[in-house]
Design a protein around this ligand. Structure first.
Ligand code: FA5
Length: 341
């Protein structure tokens, strides 16, 4: 056994020299100091040895084991250092290389337009008033002077919910009555932005979901002249300081009189082009004086109070500002489109 131990020691130290990987080192350890190694065998046979031999074998086994443990640890450290040096050489960090740009998120083009609109109206003293997208039939129609079975309801085809009388709003105008009921009898100057939903054919100019920004001013002695100035000034600040506006008579059940405001086409300066369909004018919003019935539903006495309201579509305005030809790009989530803004 003494001889066997001596030989094991010699052979193990020799074979250790050729080891270059951690895996082989692990195998070496289990072969030479592990459960099935000569050293472990030596301990196992101690009890069968003679009195003279036992201490000699025991001592040598201890020595061999200690020596092998020591060279194993040394080799392990050597391999660790070699691996480190190699990784430092091959994975060098080159601080002179240009950095990788972090991709920044962007605001949606319509959000950008909305923020411009908020800013312009804020400068004119209008607060943002948020109201619900899920509305009652009363707020969407009845309180806006469209009682049940009124034919004007056909102008806005609606998404109904399973709960009777609860619908997705077709315009932001119901917010007028919410704001009036909250503020009466104080004067009001608010804009009401948000999503609207219509059950209608989608095409290049019309989506099933789209934003609107409603405007509402209620007070004493508010006239159509105030409305004209506010919305024309808005157009000048949004499009161009010299942009001309015009008002065409129109009809909405909740305003009287009602109008559509057009701005002079800023692409062709009114000469006529494909953007304005050769008319020289672009339709921007519906507007008018708040109907006395709507004022009453809101809690204001129309003998004492008057007001104006308007409603515009930020998607259509964004299309004009950036010459976008199809409204469906906005909600298609195509990054190639969105990245351009
Ligand atoms: C209305 O919805 C009225 N509530 C506006 C109003 C408010 C008039 C206050 C008077 C007083 P209209 O249906 O025309 O009106 O819609 C207003 C704007 O919303 C349109 O000019 C357009 O810019 C936008 N819009 C309407 N339908 C769609 C649609 N399907 N897709 C995208 N934008 C739309």
């Amino acid at each position: 056994m003494l001889e066997k131990l001596e030989r094991t020691l010699k052979e193990a130290v020799e074979s250790l020299k050729g080891i270059t990987t951690e895996q082989d080192l692990h195998l070496w350890r289990s072969n030479n100091i592990g459960k099935k190694s000569v050293v472990t065998e030596a301990y196992a046979v101690l009890k069968d040895l003679s009195k003279e031999e036992r201490p000699l074998v025991g001592k040598l086994a201890n020595q061999v084991k200690q020596t092998l443990e020591k060279v194993y640890e040394e080799k392990k450290e050597e391999l660790r250092k070699a691996a480190l040096t190699e990784s430092l050489q091959t994975e060098k960090l080159d601080v002179t290389l240009p950095g990788r740009a972090v991709q920044l998120g962007k605001l949606h083009p319509v959000t950008k337009t909305l923020r411009r609109i908020y800013k312009i109206f804020a400068e004119m003293g209008f607060q943002v008033y948020q109201t619900r997208e899920v509305e009652s039939d009363d707020y969407n129609f009845t309180f806006l002077n469209m009682p049940e079975h009124h034919p004007a309801r056909d102008m806005w085809d609606t998404f109904y919910t399973k709960t009777e009388g609860v619908i997705l709003r077709t315009h932001t105008s119901p917010g007028q009555v919410h704001a009036m009921r909250e503020y009466h009898p104080e004067p009001i100057r608010v804009i009401l932005p948000g999503m609207c939903y219509r059950y209608e054919q989608v095409n290049t100019r019309s989506e099933m979901q789209f934003n609107q920004v409603e405007g509402l001013a209620v007070g004493k002695d508010i006239s159509f002249g105030d409305l004209k100035w506010v919305v024309s000034e808005f157009a000048r600040r949004l499009f161009h300081p010299d942009v001309r506006t015009r008002f065409r008579a129109s009809h909405f059940p909740f305003t009287e009189p009602s109008a559509e405001m057009d701005v002079e086409c800023f692409v062709c300066n009114g000469k006529g082009c494909s953007v304005c369909k050769q008319t020289g004018w672009l339709e921007i919003m519906g507007c008018g004086m708040v109907h006395p019935n709507v004022l009453r539903y809101g809690g204001y006495d129309p003998e004492e109070f008057s007001g104006f309201a308007f409603g515009l579509g930020p998607e259509r305005i964004t299309m004009l500002l950036h010459r976008i030809t199809d409204i469906r790009y906005f909600w298609r989530n195509d990054i190639r489109f969105l990245e351009q803004f």
